[in-house]
Write a protein that binds this ligand. Structure first.
Ligand SMILES: *Cc1c(COP(=O)(O)O)cnc(C)c1O
Length: 425
């Protein structure tokens, strides 16, 4: 079941025509499908509910950095999501939509004292601690507030997630987590940390993972640590397997969340522990697209360029990770496939920014579009808007959430005055 489909050769998001949406909201615009978001979140929730006998306690914490729009956070909260945050700004957003702080875990290698104070005062579920120095500081901050900080140690199991180096996080050369032996030693030093309560253990070894092997291997490593600690009289209440499951951007065939969780559960069912997970990309990635308009086409000796009104500041993944996003026309040609095939040319789809790295897609076969034609960059819901910037003094784009035949603007397009907010000449 797909929620981005052609009807009479016009692309729709659910029952909203993207051409009509572009006419009302303008371009570029991120467009999200509520039905897709819901289906993706429920994929996680339902497996866990159906395996209640093995794992009665669980929490699916949406990774806020993948897409932090308030409308999306609110929707997921209403479906029962917890949240994985990496800054106090993300906690602020979660609280704004009425998220329960007791369903929030705080990850990240560089939490500041200010962020710790804010999160402690809000009584979040857990801090995922990534270094001994962080643990020492958190202990001091909690003591000052006369609180006990709930802590999970993020273990770095030194396992290759076989993904892009920039989104690999579980290798010993990465900055994330604490090596297993050191983590074991820290748990056993709990008496030194009077304002810390060790409640969990977590890991997150990478993103866009297309195979379950590295994930299951790291889950087994964490399980060993839990059993080892149990023997030493230290009881861990929850295991957090992180996020990182991949999605199909084009021809990839990642395991489904169902397969992923079933395998994880079969590794852990005898452990009698609470399970947490932190999916981001699998929830929002394929629930969103970037709607953009063709400005010009340009032929040089070696290339056909399509210059569109969105750019690397709006969607940086192609530039940053060499990521592949499919590009579809909003209005599909009405030619027969044979004629269509002949009209196809190889094109680069690029933005207006003054950098050669400013491209959205390269060497694509596309029927030559005309200025003002609409295109859609697919699979752009995760790490799209949330990584966008104002580079080249470009106002950040609008975001719209579609449900059935209705849509709402869930973030207004920025105006020129937004560009200079807080500045003084
Ligand atoms: C980014 C991140 C996630 C989410 O990763 P996805 O690949 O989007 O699922 C989960 N946990 C932590 C700690 C992260 O940094």
């Amino acid at each position: 079941m797909h929620y981005f489909t052609y009807k009479n050769n016009h692309l729709f998001c659910e029952d909203v025509s993207l051409e009509a949406l572009a006419q009302k909201v303008g371009t570029p615009t991120y467009v999200y499908s509520q039905a897709t978001l819901t289906r993706h979140f429920k994929a996680y929730q339902d497996v866990l509910k159906n395996h209640r006998h093995d794992m009665p306690n669980h929490l699916v914490c949406f990774s806020v950095k993948a897409n932090s729009n308030l409308a999306i956070l609110k929707l997921l909260k209403n479906l029962g999501a917890g949240f994985d945050i990496v800054s106090q700004g993300e906690l602020y957003r979660v609280l704004k939509v009425g998220g329960n702080p007791k369903h929030v875990v705080f990850s990240g290698v560089g939490k500041t004292q200010e962020e710790m104070t804010y999160a402690l005062k809000k009584n979040i579920l857990c801090f995922n601690v990534e270094s001994e120095q962080e643990l020492i500081l958190l202990n001091q901050v909690a003591k000052k507030l006369k609180k006990k900080a709930p802590v999970s140690i993020r273990v770095n199991p030194d396992i290759d997630p076989k993904t892009h180096p920039y989104i690999s996080t579980g290798l010993k050369e990465n900055k994330f987590g604490i090596p297993i032996q050191e983590a074991l030693a820290l748990y056993q030093r709990s008496s030194e940390f009077s304002s810390i309560q060790f409640i969990g253990i977590d890991c997150h070894i990478g993103s866009q993972m297309l195979s379950l092997d590295p994930i299951l291997e790291s889950v087994r490593e964490l399980k060993k640590v839990i059993l080892d600690l149990k023997q030493k009289g230290i009881h861990i209440q929850h295991l957090n397997i992180g996020g990182g499951l991949g999605i199909p951007y084009s021809k990839e065939t990642p395991p489904s969340p169902q397969e992923y969780l079933k395998d994880v559960l079969s590794e852990l069912k005898d452990l009698k522990i609470k399970l947490l997970c932190e999916p981001g990309r699998t929830i929002v990635g394929n629930a969103g697209i970037l709607l953009t308009k063709v400005l010009y086409t340009k032929k040089t000796a070696s290339k056909n360029f399509i210059i569109v009104d969105s750019a690397m500041n709006d969607l940086i993944r192609p530039t940053l990770y060499d990521a592949h996003h499919e590009v579809w026309p909003v209005q599909r040609s009405i030619d027969t496939p044979r004629v269509e095939q002949r009209r196809m040319t190889s094109v680069d789809i690029v933005g207006p920014i003054c950098e050669s790295g400013d491209f959205l897609a390269k060497d694509r076969k596309l029927a030559q579009p005309q200025p003002s034609d609409l295109l859609v960059v697919m699979s752009a819901g995760a790490y799209g808007f949330s990584m966008s910037s104002n580079y080249n003094s470009r106002p950040r784009v609008a975001e719209a959430l579609v449900s059935g035949n209705k849509f709402k603007i869930c973030r207004k397009r920025e105006a020129l005055k937004d560009l200079i907010r807080g500045e003084k000449p």
